[in-house]
Design a protein around this ligand. Structure first.
Ligand SMILES: Cc1ncc(COP(=O)(O)O)c(C=O)c1O
Length: 463
């Protein structure tokens, strides 16, 4: 791989951080000044608001190059990536297990004709995805193992397809979702997303009036109240879909008590509503299983996959059981498609990702490595000031701090130490850790030590 401008070859797979210039360095600043002149001002406004909240500068670094778990910015700083591109890069940056088949596909066929004349790459991937659904259903003892697939480009696309599927299959407009949930920002998904009220409010008049939110339970004590609220919503008979994240990712890696989702599934079934598992973040190995819903004993009627699915290319899927997807053939000409539906290159990425997950046993690795890292973080941070909780499953881990201001500030301090981390939770109070599933444990341990000393320095500061 060629070295980034201004640097010797400091970038190799899974190296420790190497910060040469305090980030953001001069090149990042120059690029971000250019960005601020052309980008929607929403993002700069968010950075400004965060800077005001925390007193810390929020200017971005600018990526130049990346490999494995390392990112190199335009100033030649090397970071350890604990975001994996919001979870999209399960195999890390530029993994040859994906880039080679994608390059081969790109030489052969870039683009086909979507739902009219598909590519062989698309058909092959859809067969694999139907199998992923079937394996999950079989694992929980369901006999409904046949599935059909609608591909999309983003997570929001997959959720849109799932909501449409449920509306067609049940004839009911209602959807129940959980407080704090995040399902994407286009209109259908936004109407069932409650993560950040400000994302919805300006558009409230254009959102579906049929969405209902029930509390997300944080422990056994509030599970009963959540289920009672669900019962109330379902008892109207107007609910066609119950959508859930098996672990709420963007809300700050929030985990429901054991058995909760199985109860939700039973109630949905009893009231004739379909269950949609949004596994866009939890699925495909991230939380230590191909599908976390199956691991939790739940067979959803519709499964949404995205993020990691394209191996880093934009690709998502709504995978529904046969009997539910049949509704698409029963309403005259109704289709859900798009120009780039089933892009052969993205589909090649998808098949490569599924191959690699299996051949490298990455879901099992994520479960093992994640359990060790979770224990290490809990041990190292046990007496850290301002720590609320460390929680997670697989390599989807959240470190909750006492305030959003501290969360945002820690993200910046970690950046200065050479770690890429994104904030989660409604107030940004959670450090969200989703490294590539292939990352070495040495990098994770170094991070634990760095975070431990940054948090400990808060105590020194106070004393
Ligand atoms: C659980 C979940 N669903 C849906 C989405 C939306 O995906 P996208 O941003 O690709 O539209 C996200 C994105 O973070 C997500 O975490």
């Amino acid at each position: 791989m060629p070295a980034a401008p201004g640097s010797e070859s400091v970038l190799s797979v899974d190296e420790p951080p190497l910060v040469r210039t305090p980030p953001p360095g001069p090149s990042s600043r120059a690029w971000s000044a250019r960005l601020s002149r052309v980008e929607s001002p929403a993002f700069a406004a968010r950075r400004d608001a965060r800077a005001e909240r925390t007193g810390d500068e929020q200017a971005p670094i600018v990526y130049a190059q990346a490999s494995g778990a390392n990112v190199l910015d335009v100033d030649g700083n090397r970071y350890v990536d604990l975001t994996a591109g919001f979870g999209a890069l399960a195999l890390g940056h530029g993994c040859p297990l994906v880039t080679r088949p994608v390059d081969r596909q790109a030489r052969r066929l870039w683009h086909a004709l979507g739902d009219v004349y598909p590519s062989d790459a698309k058909i092959g991937l859809m067969e694999r995805l139907a199998q992923v659904y079937g394996d999950g259903a079989r694992a929980v003892g369901s006999s409904d193992t046949d599935a059909r697939v609608l591909l999309g480009q983003s997570g929001a696309d997959a959720v849109t397809a799932a909501l449409k599927t449920c509306a067609l299959a049940t004839g009911r407009p209602g959807v129940v979702a959980f407080d704090g949930g995040y399902h994407g920002l286009s209109y259908g998904p936004l109407s069932v997303t409650s993560f950040q009220p400000s994302f919805r409010e300006p558009f409230a008049a254009q959102l579906s009036p049929h969405a209902r939110f029930v509390p997300f339970p944080r422990g056994d004590a509030d599970a009963a109240a959540s289920l009672a609220a669900l019962d109330t919503a379902l008892s109207t008979g107007a609910v066609g879909a119950v959508i859930f994240e098996p672990i709420q990712g963007r809300a700050g890696v929030r985990i429901a008590p054991p058995g909760f989702w199985a109860e939700v599934a039973a109630r949905a079934r009893q009231h004739g509503a379909l269950l949609v598992a949004d596994e866009i973040w939890t699925g495909l190995g991230r939380a230590g299983a191909l599908t976390l819903s199956a691991e939790l004993g739940v067979a959803p009627d519709v499964l949404c996959l995205g993020k990691a699915l394209g191996g880093g290319l934009p690709l998502s899927a709504c995978v529904g059981r046969d009997g539910v997807m049949a509704a698409w053939a029963e309403h005259g000409e109704v289709v859900h498609t798009a120009t780039f539906h089933g892009s052969p290159i993205a589909c090649a990425g998808g098949s490569a990702l599924l191959d690699a997950l299996r051949s490298e046993r990455l879901a099992a690795r994520a479960l093992d490595v994640g359990a060790r890292w979770l224990a290490e973080l809990r041990g190292a941070l046990a007496s850290a000031p301002e720590l609320v909780e460390v929680r997670g499953r697989g390599l989807l881990i959240g470190v909750e701090l006492s305030s959003g201001e501290l969360g945002l500030s820690m993200v910046r301090r970690l950046l200065a130490e050479g770690y890429l981390v994104v904030p989660g939770g409604r107030r940004a109070e959670v450090l969200t850790l989703t490294p590539p599933l292939t990352i070495s444990e040495a990098r994770l341990s170094e991070f634990t030590a760095t975070l431990g000393s940054l948090l400990a320095s808060l105590r020194d500061h106070v004393e």
